[in-house]
Design a protein around this ligand. Structure first.
Ligand code: GLA
Length: 377
């Protein structure tokens, strides 16, 4: 015990932030559904719903408050909460009492994207405040930093907060949000980041989700590993702008991408269809696979795409996607996937073993739909 304590004290400023988020973070974020209409009461309700819906047990543990909690600073420069969040420490205690973790949001600029107080020139002070509140996750959003820093300063600016978080000694997941500028996947980990947004904001439409998920992640897969994840943005599942079929595609694609699974809907008021999509434990297991290898596109023909992700036990996750406006049939030839002979196939949405198949497996895929499979070695 004593030895551990000495190690913890010595390590505090230097511990590798990558020990955090060994699998992609899972939880909820307020922005997609609530934007600025989020408050203490709603966050408590969402925390309750994470538990009662079974999502917590499925791995969704971060309750992340996005922009709009901030007020100005007091005479000592300490960041204040606005009237929507009367007592952040009490809220954090409540979230922790449910066995969950709590996240917060800021910007390295003077103002956040929604024009609230940012952390500019108060980085260490803010990190200490968050540590005192019991914060477990920070999303740090570039926003107005572009007005006060040169583009060449961006990495140092993110490192400053990465170092400040580490210096608190509290394990705080560090989420970079600067929309993929300057190939952030190449340096996000080296400034202390556990995940980094790769694109601009997602919208609750097929076009936005599919463009971000299918087209804008290509080539980033080699930068993902335990502790370091590409972030194609938060989930829109259940927000109403897509069909259940499209939301299943959204969930499957994010799992293939080893993406953070941050639900973005109102968890207090979810349909059964939404709950079933977010709670598909076989798809979640692909997302959370401990090997931490991000999947990649294997083939693309018109709107038919096949994606593959290697898993820790040697199995392969395989997804057939249909981006076209007509039903398609997709065939996976084992040879292309580096497999030979007969392999067992399981359908992760039908929750069914389909049998053992020699040389290939084919399936029909609905318009904008997915067939997601686990192929045994
Ligand atoms: C940016 C981010 C969003 C959200 C808003 C909040 O647009 O990319 O995810 O955090 O700011 O203002």
């Amino acid at each position: 015990m004593k030895r551990f304590l000495i190690f913890a004290v010595l390590c505090a400023p230097f511990c590798d932030a990558a020990d955090l988020a060994l699998t992609p973070p899972m939880g909820w974020n307020s922005w997609n559904k609530f934007a600025e209409k989020i408050d203490d009461k709603a966050v408590r309700g969402v925390a309750d719903a994470l538990v009662s819906s079974g999502m917590k047990d499925a791995g969704y543990v971060y309750v992340n408050i996005d922009d709009s909690w901030e007020a100005s600073r007091d005479a000592q420069g300490n960041i204040q909460t606005n009237s929507k969040f009367p007592d952040m420490k009490a809220l954090a205690d409540y979230v922790h009492s449910k066995g969950l973790k709590i996240g917060i949001y800021s910007s390295p600029g003077p103002k956040t994207c929604a024009d609230y107080e940012g952390s500019y020139q108060h980085e260490e002070q803010d990190a200490k405040t968050w540590e005192a509140w019991g914060i477990d996750y920070l999303k740090y959003d570039w926003c107005s930093a572009e007005k006060v820093y040169k583009p060449t300063e961006m990495q140092a600016v993110y490192k400053k907060m990465g170092d400040a978080l580490k210096a608190t000694g509290r394990p705080i997941v560090f989420s970079l949000c600067q929309y993929g500028l300057q190939n952030v996947w190449e340096w996000g980990g080296s400034v202390g980041g556990n995940l980094w947004r790769t694109t601009g904001d997602i919208e609750d439409t097929w076009k936005s989700m599919s463009t971000i998920g299918f087209d804008k992640q290509l080539g980033h897969e080699k930068y993902a590993e335990p502790g370091h994840w590409n972030d194609p943005d938060m989930l829109e599942i259940g927000n109403g702008g897509m069909s259940a079929t499209e939301y299943r595609t959204h969930m499957s694609l994010w799992a293939m991408l080893a993406a953070p699974l941050l639900a973005g809907n109102d968890l207090r008021d979810m349909s059964d269809a939404t709950r079933q999509i977010l709670l598909n434990k076989e798809v979640i297991a692909i997302d959370q696979d401990k090997l931490g290898r991000q999947g990649r596109r294997v083939s693309k023909e018109a709107g038919a795409e096949m994606w593959m992700r290697p898993l820790e036990n040697g199995d392969l996750a395989l997804a057939f996607f249909n981006r076209s406006e007509a039903m398609v049939s997709i065939t996976a030839f084992w040879e292309i996937l580096g497999l030979k002979g007969k392999h067992k196939v399981r359908d992760l949405w039908a929750h069914q073993d389909l049998g053992a198949f020699r040389d290939s497996y084919s399936a029909q895929v609905a318009v904008h739909g997915v067939v997601m499979l686990r192929v045994a070695r």
